[in-house]
Structure formats: C-alpha cells, structure tokens
Design a binder for this molecule. Structure first.
Ligand SMILES: *[C@@H]1O[C@H](CO)[C@@H](O)[C@H](O)[C@H]1NC(C)=O
Ligand SMILES: *[C@@H]1O[C@H](CO)[C@@H](O)[C@H](O)[C@H]1NC(C)=O
Ligand SMILES: *[C@@H]1O[C@H](CO)[C@@H](O)[C@H](O)[C@H]1NC(C)=O
Ligand SMILES: *[C@@H]1O[C@H](CO)[C@@H](O)[C@H](O)[C@H]1NC(C)=O
Length: 577
C-alpha cells in the first residue's frame, strides 16, 4: 500500500521513528536498572566454588546468600584453599600480589590450627567448636568456618576496631581459635533468622496474631524517614523501621502477666545490684497501665514474672553446683500454668517471655522455656542465645532504687586525658590476660584490678575508651556504665550479643576487640583517628537515653527499649499468614 498523500506518508514515518526511539529509550532504561541484578547474578554463579561470598557482606547489606549453602567447616576450609587467587583478592579487596601472600599464609597456618583446635576440644569440653543449639548446623557452619580462616590470618585487621587499619600480625593464642563471631557475622545470623526461622503457627488464631501480622506489614512497608525528634539516625540499624515499630508498640502492645507464682521468686522485684535490670523491668511492667491487659484474649505476649537472682538465693542448693533444683522449680511452675490455662498450649510458649539477668539464667531456661522469648543479660551465642528470638538485656548496676540511673554529663573528648581505662575483679579468664599485658605498662593505659567507686567514676569520665572485659560470663555492667559516663565502650567478650542488637548499630559507637587481640589493644585504639573517635563519643551521648531507668518510664528509655525488643522479635517471628 503506497502513500496516497505525501503528507500522511511523512506522518506515518514520523510515527515509526518515534516508536523506534521510544523502544530504544526503554531498552536503555531497562538495561541501566537491570545491570546491578545482572552483575549480582553473575557473581552468584561464579562463587559456586568458594565460601568467600561472605567476605562481600559486612552487615549493612543483607547478603544472606552464602548462608544457604550447606557444608561442614572442614570442607569449607578445603574449598577456601581451592578458590582461585583472583577470587580471594577480589573478595578481600586486595591487589592480586598481596592476595598471593595471603593465600600462602593461609596454607601455612590453617592445618596446624585445625589440629590444635581438635585436640583442645577433646581436652576441654568448653572449647568444643560446636554450633549453639539454637542455630541449625546448616546456617552455622559456613559462618564459623569462614571466620576461622579470617581469624587465623587477620586479613582485615579488626573489623572490630571499627576501623580499617590492621594491627601487626600475631601468633595465634591457642584458645582463641574456637569459632568466634564478629559483630557483622552476628548481624548476618540475625537477618538470616528473620527469613528462615519462624515460630510455629498458633494452634488456633487470635485477633492478637492478626494485629502482629498487620504490624509486620506496616513496619516493612514504612516510609523512609531521615530524622525523627529525639532520635539520632546514625546509631540505628534502620531508623525508619525502628520508629514505625516503636509507634505501633505504643498503640497496640498488650501483655498478660500470670498472677500465679509465689513470692519471693515471683512478683517480687529486687531493685539493687548488678542484676537489677530484671527487677526494674518487672516492677515497671506490672505497674504499667498502658501495656498490661487482664484479658488474655487480646494479649500479644505473656510474661513469666520470676527473678533469676532470687531463684539462686532461694531455690539453689548452696555448693551443689547443680541447676537441678532451679530447673525443676521452674518446670513445676510451667506445668501449673500449662494445666490451668490454655495460652501456653496455643503457641507452645512462643508468645511467652522471661526477663532474667543472672549469669545462670540461660542454663536454667534453655530446656523447658526454650520456645519463650528470653531476655537475657548473659546473651552469649555459645549459651543457647537464639538470634531473632532472644533479646539481649542490658546489665545495669543500680546502687540506689530511689534514683536508679544518675545521668552524668560526661567530659568532652578533649578533657579525657587517658586513652583507656579498666578496673575490676579478676573474674573469668580474660581479665588476668588484660592485666598481664597492660597493668602498669603504659601511662595511657589505665588498667587496674579493684578500685574504689569514686575513683572508678572519675576514670570513666576522664578516659576516651572504657574497656569492658568479660567476667565469668559475657556481660558486664561496664557497658552501660561506660555509655552513661560518655566513654566509648571497648568490648572484649567474644560471642557477646550487645543489648538491643536488633535496633542499635553497635559498631557506630563502640569498639569490639577479640579476646585474642588483647596484646594489640593499644595499637587498635590508637589506630582509630581522632575524628572518628569524636564522632563515636557524640553517638555514645546520643545512645545514653536508651540505657537509663526512670521511676516513671519515659519514651525510649531502657524499660521501653526492652519492651520494644520483645515486641519486635515476636512481630518478626510470627510465620507469614
Ligand atoms: C573477613 O575478612 C573480610 C575481608 O577483610 C571482611 O570483609 C569480612 O567481614 C571478614 N569476615 C569474617 C568472616 O570475619
Ligand atoms: C529500612 O527499612 C525499610 C523498610 O523495610 C527499607 O525500605 C529501607 O531500605 C531500610 N533502610 C536501610 C537504610 O536499610
Ligand atoms: C508491603 O510489603 C509486602 C510484603 O511484605 C509487599 O507484598 C507489598 O507490595 C508492600 N507494599 C508496599 C506499598 O510497598
Ligand atoms: C496443654 O498441654 C499439656 C500437654 O502438653 C496438657 O497436660 C495440658 O492439660 C494442656 N492444657 C490445657 C489447658 O489443655
């Protein structure tokens, strides 16, 4: 068919040209936006032969891709050896030449490391490299294996020093080789649990479940905000989701508290001492009009109101070295409420929670209360702490119940004349090592044994970094004390999950040092540029509000943050409907 009239013909041609142009533009646009996906698809395909996919992820992005692969640590190590040099170089961000060095040092060290570890494990059951019970082997082994490789070689120095400078390579102390998780790996595990581990579907559903489900939808679909009154964005993992989740908690959360349970173990908060956070939580929750409901039908959570400290004082048989009596006591209590009410059976305890600060609480509750959300001070990935379900409870040393948290104006950075400070009793195995290396060794390092309280506080106010070395167990009141005094916490406690881990971006205001790196402590701290230090110190001041108790709780304080973590975990543990 010809063009009858030249004009119409030109019109047709123009239309066609326009059409072609449009197609061209859309192809370009699609390509532009698709490119990243194409790339990540490629890299996914090419990493089939190495575990190093992990080195890409640093906790900020979700990168749980590597987690899905299933192999045992040994084979992972082997795969590592087999990986091409280029792959390694790429993944650890080194030029090819240095990648060769690194690879060689891997082969030098790893085999002996592995043997030593095995024999150690046989001798001392505590050193056995085993996944925490809570974590499935499948999700755990790739992590622990990659870590072993990293640790033995100190590839990146310390990501824990929150910096990129690597301290000098050191001989590995034998004991540190056991699988130690870095903060970013813990976050990987948390993210992984969010997409892979859900509680069981309730036997029958309730309106509360529907509300939790709606809340999840709203949190995930929240609009992105850059700032929010009273909250300082950079200290949160995701300010938008935290703000939304917190608002929804305020609007919706209802908790049922069992009236059953005899005093003093139940319903009798102890408000002083280093385990006081469980007592303060109990006291404030039971007094709360906003969050308590007497109608279990509308409850999202059920509280088991016992004190782990009073269990030790009243139920533990002194010198028995056995948790048996305590475990039995709690089991009898559970059997009572299981028989008397239907709530436990509805979810098999998954909407029940406990708040326990004593060191022994994980051991006492890991069997019969394994399904509950457990808020624990002793938040140790090796002691059955389960990411995504359990909550890391802050340990706060309360001296005066009338005034549970004194708010200090910490000194400004320029007036902090000591580099680092620690004082405390020689509990556990880490502190003696710390003192051996640093007590009276260096005028910048104020590292002591016991010290009077007034002097202790003076040191916290006058030091840039406060060393929080683990005692018998992973947590220590120092973490919160440091924050309250405006001192940047330096946490030396392998596998400790810091408080409010779901919400707070700990490596933005604290430093994490592996136990094995104690000899390098000063170098690690000195490698942090002054500018970065000042930023961290400002953030410590911003995060302080989340760690203060008030006789009448205030928004975003420690009481509400604990409550929020319980709520948040329940919201995200509910299986998709
Ligand atoms: C291992 O090292 C890489 C490269 O330095 C680092 O990005 C990664 O976070 C580390 N991961 C582990 C497994 O510690
Ligand atoms: C925060 O969460 C929202 C909702 O899930 C998401 O869209 C956003 O990308 C997240 N922001 C960051 C910084 O990760
Ligand atoms: C909200 O999230 C769900 C999945 O969680 C998704 O299917 C839906 O498209 C999202 N809606 C909006 C408005 O982003
Ligand atoms: C809940 O289940 C247990 C057995 O697991 C049973 O003994 C108890 O009677 C049940 N409770 C109720 C209220 O049905």
């Amino acid at each position: 068919m010809g063009c009858g009239f030249p004009y119409t013909c030109r019109l047709e041609t123009r239309k066609i040209v326009l059409l072609i142009g449009l197609i061209l533009v859309s192809v370009l646009v699609i390509q532009h936006f698709e490119l990243p996906y194409g790339n990540s698809l490629l890299s996914l395909l090419s990493t089939g032969k190495s575990v190093l996919i992990f080195y890409d992820t640093n906790g900020e992005d979700n990168g749980d891709s590597g987690l899905k692969e299933n192999f045992m640590p040994e084979s992972a190590l082997e795969m590592y050896h087999n990986a091409t040099i280029e792959t390694i170089g790429k993944h650890i961000g080194l030029a090819p030449e240095s990648a060769i060095d690194t690879l060689e040092s891997v082969s030098d060290i790893s085999p002996s490391v592995t043997y030593r570890e095995e024999s150690d494990a046989l001798r001392n059951p505590r050193n056995v490299v085993s996944p925490p019970e809570s974590v499935t082997l499948q999700s755990y082994s790739p992590l622990s294996s990659t870590l072993k490789v990293n640790e033995t070689n100190n590839f990146q120095g310390s990501q824990n020093s929150a910096m990129n400078s690597s301290p000098p390579q050191k001989e590995m102390p034998e004991k540190a080789i056991a699988s130690v998780l870095s903060i970013s790996e813990m976050y990987e595990m948390l993210l992984h649990s969010r997409v892979s581990s859900f509680s069981k579907r309730p036997v029958w559903s309730s309106s509360a479940d529907q509300e939790l489900f709606d809340a999840r939808f709203q949190i995930e679909n929240t609009s992105i905000i850059r700032d929010h009154p009273g909250l300082y964005g950079p200290i949160y993992r995701n300010l938008s989701t935290f703000v939304r989740s917190y608002e929804l908690m305020e609007q919706k959360l209802k908790i049922y508290v069992y009236r059953d349970g005899k005093r003093p173990v139940f319903h009798q908060p102890r408000l002083k001492g280093i385990y006081a956070s469980e007592g303060w939580f109990m006291k404030l929750l039971e007094a709360s009009n906003r969050y308590i409901t007497t109608n279990p039908g509308e409850a999202h959570l059920f509280y088991l109101p016992f004190s782990s400290q009073l269990l030790v004082d009243y139920i533990y048989v002194p010198d028995s070295h056995s948790f048996h009596e305590i475990i039995q006591y709690l089991k009898n209590y559970l059997d009572t409420i299981k028989g008397r009410y239907s709530f436990w059976n509805r979810t098999n305890g998954e909407d029940h929670f406990l708040v326990a600060c004593h060191d022994w609480a994980p051991a006492e509750t890991k069997k019969h209360m394994a399904n509950c959300i457990r808020a624990l001070c002793n938040a140790d990935t090796k002691e059955s702490f389960q990411f995504g379900k359990d909550v890391s409870l802050p340990e706060t040393y309360v001296h005066s119940p009338q005034n549970p948290s004194k708010e200090f104006e910490g000194n400004s950075p320029s007036r902090r004349k000591f580099l680092a400070f620690f004082a405390g009793q020689m509990h556990g195995y880490v502190r003696p090592v710390l003192l051996k290396h640093w007590e009276n060794k260096d005028p910048d390092m104020k590292i002591f044994g016991r010290m009077k309280k007034a002097s202790y506080i003076q040191h916290m106010r006058n030091s840039k970094y406060c060393i929080c070395a683990k005692g018998y167990e992973v947590n220590s009141p120092r973490v919160v004390e440091a924050i309250i005094h405006g001192c940047v916490p330096v946490i030396i406690s392998d596998n400790f999950v810091p408080p409010f881990f779901e919400i707070l971006k700990w490596d933005s205001f604290a430093v994490f040092v592996f136990e094995k790196d104690i000899p390098d402590l000063k170098n690690i701290l000195l490698s942090i540029p002054e500018k970065r230090y000042v930023v961290m110190q400002q953030r410590v001041n911003q995060v302080k509000k989340h760690f203060l108790w008030h006789n009448s709780p205030v928004k975003y304080d420690i009481f509400h943050m604990i409550l929020h973590s319980l709520w948040y975990n329940r919201v995200f543990r509910l299986p998709p409907l």
